[in-house]
Design a protein around this ligand. Structure first.
Ligand SMILES: Nc1ncnc2c1ncn2[C@@H]1O[C@H](COP(=O)(O)OP(=O)(O)OP(=O)(O)O)[C@@H](O)[C@H]1O
Ligand SMILES: [Mg+2]
Length: 468
């Protein structure tokens, strides 16, 4: 990769001499005799580094420095200065210049300085790209997760969002179904169109129908004006029907008709209304069982369930706990103005071991309350609510059926290490293997060991359990 430098000096000899020297080193060198020209060249070229004289007529090197730092904060600026102007050069460094060198110029020194600065710059660009990549893998919209199970969910969201297919989101309460619905709408071509949400369980049966489809004036007692329903409000956009398992048969038929024919009538009305709505539904019930029990229409189920996204319970993807806990800790410690740095070892273990029947919602609430309770720099076991606190005592290791022996071994080692706070001697003892064998296996499986409390590490890239 060839770097482009911009050399700015009102003395022609100096700028041409420098340009030649840098060109011989393989750089592309642009030159400008004054600040004005330099600014124009910066606009028109991708410049990697600026070398500028401080004293120039009209626009000074200091002003040029300001201009660069304002528009391209990551482009390094090296200042050239006469011997007598060191105070100004120091000021320039305070304003963000990388270095200054004094005239007469030591060319070798300048070349080395430039080379280092460009290497650093390239590294920081690479880090930034890497960070973005990692972040993209660990979240989609506002859903955080890095477990294979959540990556699968992310994948499905990405695939289904651009289409118009109906989506049924299933999963336990608090697992993040609504966030998935949000992500689907936000990543769809309908993102700028209405996104209407209806919590079906929150509405009385009689109200739900008119809520969804609207009603005409006088349709029932109390219907004093004509009212548009949620389907109409969601026209051209998306409609999220939460707790779809709770709706009655009458409404089920009407929804089925909208899905099939895109048509319906308001309650008490005769005019047929046509809408273009993308339907997203969610439930924490087992709809198959509801069908078997005669409470849910099978035909509606198949219409809704064109794509099924299942959000796994948090205890089935414990790898996500550290990342979620760190994120929530960051959020709540900022919100409460408490600079808490992480969790102590026992708190970490408890968070990891607990089964989280209320899933991510429960974890989020737990961290919020722990932040409120905490009096030190680290969250301790005593700061946690009783549920997770008691989990520190009992601990089970869950191994999925049909996994390979190696996978099972990895899980056992990872979980035992986590439960013992990263203590390898104890882990080897418990597992009844030699320490050396343990070390080999840790390396072989790429297991990350959390040994001591660290700062919250939201950007961690591995799948292992390491709470901040
Ligand atoms: N993967 C996640 N990343 C970040 N926050 C999450 C995640 N999953 C859930 N949450 C948070 O947990 C809470 C519950 O999530 P959500 O409302 O989406 O769950 P749900 O499955 O719809 O629950 P319910 O069935 O009770 O309605 C919300 O505050 C949400 O922001
Ligand atoms: Mg919900």
């Amino acid at each position: 990769m060839q770097f482009t430098l911009l050399i700015v000096d009102d003395e022609k000899n100096i700028r041409d001499g420098l340009a030649e020297a840098f060109q011989m080193e393989g750089y592309k060198a642009l030159t400008a005799g004054d600040g004005q020209t330099a600014m124009k060249m910066l606009e028109e070229n991708y410049v990697d580094l600026v070398i500028t004289d401080l004293k120039m007529p009209h626009i000074s090197g200091m002003e040029l420095l300001h201009y660069v730092k304002q528009n391209w904060p990551n482009v390094p600026v090296i200042i050239i200065t006469a011997h007598g102007d060191i105070a100004d050069a120091v000021k320039a460094m305070q304003q963000g210049a990388l270095e200054f060198i004094t005239k007469p110029l030591n060319l070798e020194h300048l070349l080395k300085l430039t080379k280092n600065a460009l290497e650093m710059r390239q590294l920081s660009i690479k880090n930034e790209e890497l960070r973005e990549e990692v972040e993209a893998q660990q979240r989609i919209s506002s859903i955080i997760g890095k477990s294979p199970a959540m990556r699968k969910v992310f994948d499905m969201i990405r695939k289904v969002a651009p289409t118009k297919a109906s989506v049924l989101i299933t999963g336990e309460s608090g697992a993040g179904k609504e966030l998935v619905a949000d992500a689907i709408h936000n990543l769809s071509p309908r993102r700028d169109k209405p996104f209407i949400k209806v919590h079906c369980a929150a509405l009385a049966e009689s109200l739900l129908e008119s809520e969804l489809f609207g009603h005409e004036k006088g349709a029932f007692t109390g219907a004093q004006t004509r009212q548009r329903g949620r389907f109409e409000l969601a026209d051209t956009g998306s409609l999220f029907l939460d707790e779809i398992g709770e709706i009655n048969q009458n409404v089920q038929i009407k929804i089925l008709r909208v899905l099939q024919e895109k048509k319906f009538e308001r309650v008490g009305g005769e005019t047929t209304i046509e809408v273009d709505v993308r339907l997203i539904a969610a439930t924490n019930r087992d709809l198959k069982a509801e069908i078997a029990a005669g409470r849910f229409r099978e035909d509606l189920y198949y219409r809704l369930n064109v794509v099924n996204i299942h959000v796994p319970a948090l205890r089935e993807r414990r790898e996500d706990i550290p990342l979620l806990a760190a994120t929530f800790l960051h959020e709540f410690s900022q919100e409460n103005g408490k600079p808490i740095e992480g969790f102590d070892q026992r708190a970490k273990q408890a968070l990891y071991a607990y089964d989280w029947p209320g899933n991510v919602r429960e974890l989020r609430n737990c961290i919020e309350s722990a932040v409120v309770m905490a009096s030190g720099k680290l969250i301790t076991l005593d700061d946690l609510p009783p549920g997770p606190r008691s989990a520190q005592e009992k601990k089970e290791i869950h191994i999925p059926a049909f996994c390979s022996l190696e996978e099972a071994e990895k899980i056992i080692i990872t979980e035992t290490l986590a439960a013992l706070g990263g203590n390898k001697t104890k882990t080897a003892e418990v597992l009844r293997i030699g320490r050396k064998t343990l070390y080999q296996k840790i390396e072989q499986y790429g297991i990350e060991v959390a040994e001591k409390p660290e700062l919250p590490k939201v950007e961690s890239t591995t799948d292992q359990a390491s709470l901040p």
